[in-house]
Design a protein. Structure first.
Length: 383
């Protein structure tokens, strides 16, 4: 069953659900296959997009951008290319300056915008498309993050990580040859983002029970099944094979669809993401080169897994029993190391002081009830 057929079934299940949570009907065209880039120009023709904008950076241009632009021109269409330059530390980040670069690069005549890259370029493009009322098309160059299908854009504004309303892509073209050729660190980051679902899903149960926050069994199951598929195929993902990145990309897309379906990120983002955001903000403030989002998420989830298991053992709180089902930190670090990513805070380049600050302040970045929030409210974190 391909992803388009799967989405149809998920939509039917969600609409038939008796849950109190409303569900949005997800409508996306998705190709995850070898040679998916060849479908971009025919899709543009089908939609009658005669003039489009392609956003890339120096790395994603080589990975796919140049080829996609050539295919679009060969089809007789017009494409403007916006190549985002690296900043002083060699990064492209989703902040005010880069938002302006994309805004200025999209001509009035442009009918759609293609994001050719991974998480950051997609966040910039989805926000600009929302503001300019343009269709957004996704061409992932690495299976590195679950935000490809998201409607939310996490942006750095005034040095703080905030998520803004934006638009999901109307189509995704994930070419397995491109994904398999991406650096293994990018694939490992995607696996880390998925591994983080262990703690995010557990936190979602806690937020439902202790915070009276919205919950959807359908979205929970979609995300959990995607996570389990990654664990079951960890050897292929570690090898960086086409089979491995296909499993991983489908899982990342599924995770994104679960968020899109319920219009929030709770199934995919808990205390581990809040810690990641806090560390990212610290690195930006210090002028340091960024660490991949999924790498931070995976390490933070491994760290929280033992803290959460200890929390469940020490507190007589029924809702915390879900934490006892988490894998141990040791097991999670072993998976992260196997796929070729960092597995400890030290390997991320995060100091003990930064970690302590993240553990004590990260829960304030989102209005959500998590185990991390509980530990801070009850002063349970060790000094």
């Amino acid at each position: 069953m391909n992803m388009n057929e799967q989405i149809k079934l998920w939509n039917e299940e969600a609409q038939a659900s008796n849950a109190d949570h409303p569900h949005r009907k997800v409508e996306l065209f998705i190709e995850v296959r070898d040679g998916a880039l060849d479908s971009v120009a025919p899709y543009l023709n089908q939609q009658d997009y005669r003039h489009v904008t392609l956003v890339e950076d120096e790395h994603t241009s080589v990975a796919a951008g140049t080829k996609v632009a050539e295919l679009i021109r060969e089809a007789g269409l017009t494409v403007d290319v916006v190549r985002l330059p690296p900043n002083a530390v060699g990064d492209v980040i989703a902040d005010e300056a880069y938002i302006m670069k994309v805004l200025l690069g999209v001509a009035d005549k442009s009918q759609a915008v293609l994001a050719v890259g991974s998480g950051t370029i997609h966040d910039l493009v989805r926000f600009v498309c929302y503001k300019m009322n343009r269709p957004f098309l996704s061409v992932p160059t690495a299976a590195s993050v679950d935000g490809f299908t998201s409607a939310g854009a996490p942006l750095i504004v005034d040095g703080s990580k905030q998520t803004f309303q934006a638009v999901p892509p109307e189509a995704i073209f994930a070419d397995l040859s491109v994904l398999a050729n991406a650096p293994q660190t990018m694939t490992a980051a995607g696996f880390g983002d998925m591994l983080g679902k262990f703690t995010s899903l557990a936190d979602w149960h806690v937020s439902r029970d202790l915070g009276n926050e919205p919950y959807s069994p359908v979205a929970n199951r979609i995300t959990e099944e995607a996570l389990r598929a990654c664990i079951e195929h960890v050897d292929e993902i570690a090898a960086g094979s086409k089979a491995g990145v296909e499993v991983l990309m489908n899982a990342l897309i599924a995770s994104g669809i679960s968020m899109l379906m319920i219009d929030h990120s709770r199934p995919a983002s808990g205390g581990e993401h809040h810690i990641s955001h806090r560390i990212e903000m610290d690195f930006i403030a210090e002028g340091r080169k960024q660490v991949l989002h999924g790498a931070k998420v995976g390490v933070a989830s491994a760290l929280l897994s033992d803290l959460y298991r200890d929390l469940a053992a020490s507190q007589d709180v029924e809702a915390f029993k879900v934490y006892l089902e988490l894998p141990t930190s040791e097991q999670m670090r072993a998976w992260l190391a196997q796929v070729g990513g960092p597995s400890t805070i030290a390997e991320l380049g995060v100091t003990e002081e930064q970690l302590a600050r993240a553990l004590r302040t990260a829960h304030t970045l989102r209005d959500r009830y998590t185990g991390l929030k509980y530990m801070n409210e009850h002063q349970l974190l060790r000094s």
